[in-house]
Design a protein around this ligand. Sequence first.
Ligand SMILES: Cc1cc2nc3c(=O)[nH]c(=O)nc-3n(C[C@H](O)[C@H](O)[C@H](O)COP(=O)(O)OP(=O)(O)OC[C@H]3O[C@@H](n4cnc5c(N)ncnc54)[C@H](O)[C@@H]3O)c2cc1C
Length: 505
Amino acid sequence: MTELYQKLEKIVSEKYISDDLIVRHAYSRNVDPVLQGIPDIIIRPKDAKEISEILKIANEENVPVIPRGGGDCEFGGSKPIGNGGIVLDMKRMNNIVNLDEDNLIITVEAGISWAKLNEFLCHFDLYTGCMGPGSGMTASIGGGISHHSVGGGGCAKYGACTNQLISLEVVLPTGEIIETGSQANKYSKFPFNRFGNGPDLAGLFCGDNGIFGIKTKVSLQVFPRPPFADYKTFMITRKTVEVSSQIFKEIRKKGIDVYDAFYIPDIIVSTGTELGMFPLWENIKRKRGVFFYTIEANSEKELKSMVNQLDQIILQHKVQELGPEISEGNYAKWHYTEQGHWQTYHNLWGLLPAFEPMTAECFITIDLYPQILKDIDNWNRENSANLQKITEIAGFPPVSGTGPILLIDGNNVELTCGFNSFNSYRDGKNYEIIHEINIRLWKSLLERVTKWGVQWYMMGEVVSRLMVDIGAYNPEFYELMKNIKKTLDPKMILSRGKFNFWNDK
Ligand SMILES: Cc1cc2nc3c(=O)[nH]c(=O)nc-3n(C[C@H](O)[C@H](O)[C@H](O)COP(=O)(O)OP(=O)(O)OC[C@H]3O[C@@H](n4cnc5c(N)ncnc54)[C@H](O)[C@@H]3O)c2cc1C
């Protein structure tokens, strides 16, 4: 047992620290299957004070610390880059701190999951608006704020979860504990507003991918769930990508406040149904791309009027409206009433055994995604020789393309595209060539998509470094970010190596 381990053990007690090989390996990966980094120590603190002490020791010993929530990052964000360091698991900090029902603000510890938080809120007829990411059954609020997550329901109406942020308690990399927004005034008794008392310091930590500080408490706005809702699902019969983009655009132009609007592409609908993921579409003969929406209202009259406007937009295209019940194909109803928003993506990730999805999830404007998807088809053709090598070993061809596309803040969508390949372990053998091709092609696809000017939000190891390596950052922006990092974290303790911020002194 190292001296470092003994010092840390004194802070959290022996129950909440481990350097066991199995535990270290369990924390060596995120959801992405190809990036690995084995930490030396895993620690599970109970509060900001313990985290502050841990960070002070890490600074003394010059050891990197990687915060981890649910570990659902798809780009290697919550595990070390290379081996070594301390993974700081936030999931023990999962308590509701306070519900301010008068002011509609909830304060929670950052390790709580979106599902646990919303389960608590539903007893008060409240919800978080944006329900966090599609991984919300396991993903934490702290991870969501660190990524600007969006997608787990309500994202067309409420946008990314950071839009709901009121205030943060953050432990800075050198151990100081700060509070943002209204809490900058020491006389303020409770968090109530994000902006004011100086610049928006909470914004510094939103989407920082865990490099500027450890979020320990989060105060979010909450909303009364409207009493009326409707949900409709359509099969688009031709040119489904282009038609979905037109429908999204028209919804925004008419200013209709949809709660969710999704497009599920042809290949996902047909393959997913074949593999048993969408039993509700089994009886539909020609399976094409699906478009669905959910809308909420405070009265029946308001609901009817909005549904009429939406139907006018959608039915002018060649679409087939599916029946109102889930059993008749109404995916939108399942998505809204049965928390399908937290289940869809989990199913997709496990669609085939030994599947290795290497995604490129990003934000982009509605008008650009059809062109990006065409370019991914081109990329696929250009890389056919490499893809063929994997096919020969795996027996199946890797597939590139898109997952569901969803309307988010403004005129933007969240585009889930990428490349699905296979694991390098087959029939008891490790085919290193598959791993090597997977990583090379993943980076090549990410570079291609970056050059469309997309906005990455969840960046982890691979995207944060790729942006620097291919020179995609505006140099002034990158320099400012680096200077802020150096000021807050002179030894680059927190998430060392992300954005190529190394301790190279
Ligand atoms: C099935 C599936 C569906 C998904 N769907 C979506 C989706 O719809 N939308 C979407 O945006 N993403 C989605 N994701 C990606 C990911 O789950 C989310 O971005 C999620 O918000 C990550 O939360 P987490 O708690 O798992 O974070 P982690 O992966 O543990 O961490 C994410 C990043 O935040 C840092 N971090 C974590 N907690 C803290 C903290 N308290 N303080 C400081 N830094 C911290 C980590 O170091 C890391 O850089 C999905 C993933 C999966 C597997």
